[in-house]
Design a protein around this ligand. Sequence first.
Ligand code: CP
Length: 295
Amino acid sequence: ERSLLGLKDLSVSEIESILSRAAYFDAQAEKLNPILASKFVANMFFENSTRTRFSFEMAEKRLGAEVLNFAAAASSVEKGESIYDTVRTLESMGIDAGVIRLKPEGVLQEIAQKVKVPLINAGDGNNEHPTQALLDLYTMRQTFGELRGLNVSIIGDIKHSRVARSNLYALQKFGAKVSFCAPNSMKAPELESLAPYITLDEALKADVVMLLRVQLERHDKGIDMKADEYRQNYGLTEERAAKLSPKTIIMHPAPVNRNVEIDDAVVESPASRIFPQMSNGVPIRMAVMERALIL
Ligand code: CP
């Protein structure tokens, strides 16, 4: 039984094994493969989600697990119950694993040490979003075959991005080159020694152009740039997308602010992998749940 809290400390062989099991599940014609029959899994979302929450549920149900869905807004969290007490409550009732998304930093590590069931990180503040990066790696491999030597530009709100952090840690382990591009207010100073900040023109020369959502809800002092100014300076406009190399792919973890970080028409253009990323989230999460409960 194994937790998945982040990719920073996960070995290349562990990541390889998740990607390879995901490929196995992806290739199955049958939707149902009930290897988790009689296992109970709680999806505990203390922060909103569409993709992660539903692709975990899809993955768990495809593997035959019994699924309990917990949404903080409809729970005793509204009465002031802590995240830890909520997880302990569900553990006491007999869940076999928990999938958890949280806003506050540092809480996940602490809870994982105190509970016995495996916990899967479904988005941990600004820290890590490991299953998103795993599905991103899987998507890059589908196009390029190899991660070694790939140039990946991550553009946008790096400061508030757990997706950028998990991708950085994982891609570098596989020998890919990660660069960031962001306005000053969206740079993460603690990552500057790990990846260079480059101009947008340089960033658009990469094999993978990964856009991030401007996370207005996480900017506590507001944002010093308006949406149209952001689009002019950092957005993947139709004009800029037309100049990309034909080999370059466009990625975005979504939700997308259409016509801010990426133009409407580019979201579903042939170079875009945004919807394949969402499809790939299901087999990746099947592999992660299998690892948590069986392997
Ligand atoms: N990419 C992602 O984590 O999306 P949700 O916030 O909708 O889960």
